[in-house]
Design a protein around this ligand. Structure first.
Ligand code: ZN
Length: 293
């Protein structure tokens, strides 16, 4: 079974220190970083604000608490980070995907659990094919081909999902978007039967471990890895999927969260490495970059 590590949010404000956990594994385990091309606020202040105010807050309240940049910061403006990434891309140990455009929206009174409304720009705003392509082309200036899109908070409207496919990009996100008939009836027929078989005959509901072909592009769901994750539980879930004939799993994590403490009192980063070490012991798992799905 193929395993993809999808790490989200990489942007201008990250420094080389943030990669210390990945430096322990990425010579053997490729990582796909889903980048935010440009940001308008101090990223780590944003994470701090969200942490401090707790869940259930409206977007406009978060807006007031942030430190906003006068001029947008593009990831390529951070020359040290850029050089570091280019070296790893050149050596083929990491690859790049597109994660939104600026990772925020400020429409008033929008509330989604865990303050996700603020980040959910692809859910609340419209993105044209040309804007999607402009962001993709920008990342390709320093990367290999950017073929995959992952929406911030894994939230995307049907209109934007259709535009992602029109831009000839593949999509990694929760499969609940398929509830919309405009997408559901565009699923490749063979995949549709497999989805129904997996869910209703095999009765495996927690993850669908296959690529779905839709509108000439690919769609894959995500398994989350964060400070709430019990890595042994996730390990057993992945083993179970593999035993049942699953073909691929996308593990979605955030290097910005790697220093947080998990429930077992270890850091998220150490738990993540522990999961990878457990999986590596099995020959049936092959770690790949998302472009190889
Ligand atoms: Zn994100």
């Amino acid at each position: 079974m193929k395993i993809v590590i999808r790490d989200d949010d990489l942007n201008h404000d990250f420094s080389i220190d943030h990669f210390k956990y990945y430096e322990r594994i990425w010579e053997n385990i490729p990582i796909t970083f889903f980048c935010v091309p440009s940001i308008d606020f101090e990223w780590f202040k944003y994470l701090e604000v969200c942490e401090k105010i707790g869940p259930g807050c409206s977007s406009d309240f978060i807006v007031q608490k942030m430190n906003w940049y006068k001029i947008s910061k593009k990831i390529s403006n951070n020359s040290i980070l850029l050089k570091y990434l280019k070296d790893k891309i050149g050596r083929g140990i990491i690859s790049i995907g597109l994660h939104g455009s600026k990772h925020y929206q400020i429409s008033k009174n929008k509330i989604i659990k865990n303050n996700f409304a603020f980040g959910a720009e692809y859910f609340f705003k419209k993105f044209s094919v040309s804007k999607i392509l402009a962001d993709k082309n920008y990342l390709e200036k320093f990367s290999d081909k950017v073929k995959w899109f992952a929406p911030p908070q894994n939230l995307i409207s049907t209109e934007n999902a259709l535009n992602i496919f029109k831009a000839k990009m593949n999509l990694s996100t929760d499969l609940k978007i398929l509830k919309d008939p405009r997408l559901f009836f565009k699923i490749n027929l063979k995949d549709l039967f497999n989805i129904l078989y997996w869910k209703f005959i095999k009765k495996i509901r927690f993850y669908y471990p296959f690529v779905i072909n839709i509108l000439g592009q690919k769609l894959v769901p995500v398994m989350r890895f964060n400070d709430q994750t019990d890595y042994n539980f996730l390990y057993n879930q992945i083993l179970y999927l593999s035993k049942n004939g699953g073909e691929c799993v996308v593990i979605n994590t955030h290097l910005s969260a790697f220093e947080l403490k998990s429930k077992n009192n270890k850091t998220v980063g150490n738990n993540f490495i522990a999961l990878i070490e457990l999986l590596r012991k099995h020959d049936q798992f092959k770690f790949i970059k998302i472009n190889d799905l």
